[in-house]
Design a protein around this ligand. Structure first.
Ligand code: NI
Length: 159
């Protein structure tokens, strides 16, 4: 495994639509492993392939950093349905030093392929739903700052 460089906001790659993954091969497995390592190293709770410069429909979510064994790996994820609403502050490894308040569904049902190539359904609630929506947005070139209000440097909250 290896750490990859995280692309920062302003780089046009973050605004492109990612391509569907046809098959899970060794390169995809390595990419998933590298994305997980990079996310954990940068203290993120999610990361999407375009953030490491790869225009592929792949993302990783770790809604509970206390439970790294529960990391979700999504290949070609599709949101099948959304329910409810919640609002909370989000940050992004590609937009360092800022947070913003975003409205997201309370529950999402996601269909995605796992690393074995099998299609699976995931029912995600609360923060897990937030992370999944944030990461899946990245695959269509959407950043949370496009949807957020009250974008600010959280260090200023402490003053
Ligand atoms: Ni992000």
């Amino acid at each position: 495994m290896a750490l990859r460089n995280v692309v920062k906001e302003g780089d046009p790659i973050l605004r492109k639509k990612c391509r569907v993954v046809d098959a899970v091969d060794e390169k995809i497995i390595t990419l998933l492993d590298d994305m997980k390592e990079t996310m954990i190293s940068d203290s993120g709770v999610g990361i999407a392939a375009p953030q490491v410069g790869m225009l592929k429909r792949i993302c990783v979510c770790m809604p509970d950093p206390e439970k790294p064994e529960d990391i979700l790996e999504f290949i070609n994820p599709v949101i099948l349905s959304c329910e409810g609403e919640q609002e909370g502050y989000e940050g992004c490894l590609s937009v360092p030093g800022l947070v913003g308040c975003v409205k997201r569904p309370q529950h999402v049902r996601v269909e995605a392929m796992d690393r074995t190539g099998s299609k699976r359904i995931y029912d995600l609630e609360g923060f897990a739903a937030v992370v999944a929506c944030h990461e899946i947005d990245h695959l269509d070139g959407i950043l949370y700052i496009d949807k957020a209000s009250d974008i600010h440097d959280p260090q200023e909250d402490e003053q």
